[in-house]
Ligand binder design. Structure first.
Ligand SMILES: *Cc1c(COP(=O)(O)O)cnc(C)c1O
Length: 217
């Protein structure tokens, strides 16, 4: 796989779903990838990236922003509250808002800074005990709490359970977003982004299918 292949598959899935071209943002997930692979994708014109670790992103992206100009970097990994300040300075979007303590911290930072990254609430659609995210039945109340703090979440994000058909999870997330007046849907990865586009994804997060397998240190 490569960036042009994934762009072609994205456009084909958008067309097959009868959706408007340009309504799905491809986030190239560059976590733990060798620098040369990320540079190659930057040189092919990709400008939106996803990272999982604040420290790693802080080491890479400020320099590449200087070299390549405006870039969108999205935080898609779990965010510790004590890293929230660094995260809002570094990222254009945070996909993993999943608890009140983090919302409170982000709301305070937004007030001080006068600006806030685009926020997605992570929903644990499979109600898996080990997985991050707000439980589906707790979403509406959590969203009300966020809005009461003057946070304006843009959308929802999910990572479906590994061994199950992802489509019902994507459809559930889309229904929850529609019910709550949210327009963003961050869903779909290398193995299932076409199904996510069928279900209405606005942001797909694709790593290994663009960059190759990750070699964790
Ligand atoms: C790593 C990661 C991805 C990308 O996964 P691939 O299977 O390599 O496409 C997407 N979303 C999240 C939340 C991730 O942590």
């Amino acid at each position: 796989m490569s960036l042009p292949d994934i762009r072609n598959r994205l456009a084909a899935a958008v067309a097959a779903a009868g959706r408007t071209p340009g309504t799905v943002t491809l986030i190239a997930v560059s976590k733990v990838q060798p620098e040369a692979r990320v540079l190659a994708v930057l040189e092919q014109g990709q400008r939106t990236f996803g990272e999982n670790y604040v420290q790693e992103a802080a080491a890479k992206w400020p320099g590449w922003r200087q070299t390549f100009g405006p870039l969108q970097v999205h935080m898609i990994g779990p965010l510790q509250t004590n890293k929230a300040k660094q995260a809002v300075e570094l990222f254009d979007a945070i996909h993993t808002l999943d608890r009140v303590t983090l919302a409170e911290k982000l709301a305070r930072l937004a007030q001080t800074r006068g600006t806030c990254p685009q926020l997605f609430i992570q929903v644990n659609t499979g109600s898996e005990p080990q997985k991050a995210g707000v439980l589906p039945e707790a979403l509406d109340a959590f969203l009300r709490e966020c809005r009461a703090m003057d946070l304006t979440p843009f959308g929802l994000m999910c990572i479906p359970p590994e061994a199950s058909d992802p489509l019902p999870h994507f459809q559930m997330l889309a229904a929850m977003a529609a019910r709550n007046g949210l327009s963003g849907l961050s869903m779909g990865m290398s193995g299932d982004f076409e199904a996510a586009i069928t279900a209405g994804a606005t942001h797909i997060r694709v790593g290994s299918a663009i960059f190759g397998d990750r070699n964790y240190p």
